[in-house]
Structure formats: C-alpha cells, structure tokens
Design a binder for this molecule. Structure first.
Ligand SMILES: [Zn+2]
Length: 205
C-alpha cells in the first residue's frame, strides 16, 4: 500500500480482498510487519481503511487481511456495535486520516449477536444495554428471532445494521459518501472456513 496518494474506494476494497485471499489460501506475506516500517510511519499514518469489527479474539483483523503497521485503522468492541465512541473513531478516520473505505465486519458465532437473539442470558446492566441495542437494530431490520435459521442470518445482518446506523448518525459520512470520496461496506467473517461474506456498499436510512 502506498502512502502518497489516496486510493479510490474500489482500489481499497480490492486490496482488502486480495489480502484476505492470501490469508485464506495460507499464502500470507505479512507485509509491513518490520521495525523499519514503523519508523517510516513515525511522522504520521495514512491507513487505507477503517475497520469496525468485534473484540472477539478470533477476529484478528491484520492477520485476516494480511496487512501490517499503518494499513488499517481498527475499531473494535463486543459485537462491533455503533456507539458514540465507535462513531467518533470512524469520523476521525474519515476526517483526519481521509480513509476512503469504512468496513463494518461482523462474524459468525458472535457472542454479542447471539446474546441479542436470546436475551434471557444473565448479563450486567451495561451489557444488557449494549446487547439490547444490537437486538433493537436487528428487530428494526425485520429479524423475528425465530430459532436457528434467524441466528445464522443475524450475524451478517448485524454488520449491515451497524453500517446503516453509522451513516444515519453522521453528517460527515453522508457528505463524503455523496461526494464519492467514501464507501461504507459491510461484511461477515466466517470462522469455519476463514471466508468473508462481502455484503457490499451500504447506504443510510
Ligand atoms: Zn463477536
């Protein structure tokens, strides 16, 4: 990834897909992983994408996209939910770092999405609030919380819901999308086969 010019959203999505393909095919080259690379970045960073994903220890973003220091601006919380802190971080990446792509990536087997679908699990008040937000988003997107089949659907759907919430909550994101400088994409990482279900460009409202 070059640091000199801002790539187009399409170029960045291709970079992410190519990196992921290397990872999935066990052909990772682990770029930008040296001390020298970090020294190059001492004066500043110019990541190509902001990635909002789950804190789940299995969703190791730099490994999944075969990337390294300075490549991705990563935001994580349990269930890759849209929160004020999340949105502020995304807006920083778009405004200050000029990233042309925001990727919201959920994952199959997500504990937070699972809890949102079966809220009888005992949680702390804070967790109940966090998970309740995920549940409301899924409900608003038409999920009926019927067993099994809906849960499989929920993992991917949640990435789309979060992407839409970010767009709907941010004048900055809407302006950049309208101007063609930014695309917000959703995707779902599939632990069982290391695949990514690319869900495409997301729009608000
Ligand atoms: Zn998760």
């Amino acid at each position: 990834m070059t640091q000199n010019s801002t790539p187009t959203p399409a170029q960045v999505i291709r970079e992410l897909q190519e990196g992921h393909q290397r990872f999935q095919q066990a052909e990772s080259i682990h770029p930008h992983a040296t001390e020298a690379r970090l020294h190059e970045l001492e004066q500043g960073q110019a990541p190509h994408a902001a990635v909002l994903t789950c804190s789940d220890s299995r969703v190791a973003v730099e490994l999944i996209f075969d990337s390294g220091f300075g490549d991705l601006f990563v935001i994580r919380n349990a269930g890759n939910s849209s929160t004020p802190g999340t949105l502020a971080s995304v807006e920083y990446a778009v405004e200050a770092l000029q990233v042309p792509v925001v990727l919201v990536m959920s994952h199959v087997g997500c504990g937070a999405v699972g809890a949102a679908c079966t809220p009888e699990h005992l949680l702390t008040p804070t967790l109940m609030d966090h998970v309740g937000h995920i549940r409301n988003g899924l409900k608003g997107a038409g999920l009926t919380f019927e067993p099994a089949s809906d849960l499989v659907h929920a993992y991917a759907l949640h990435a789309e819901v979060t992407a839409r919430e970010l767009i709907n909550s941010s004048v900055l994101l809407r302006e950049r999308i309208k101007g063609g400088q930014l695309e917000v994409h959703a995707a779902c990482f599939e632990l069982h086969n290391l695949g990514i279900n690319w869900l495409g460009v997301q729009h608000g409202a």
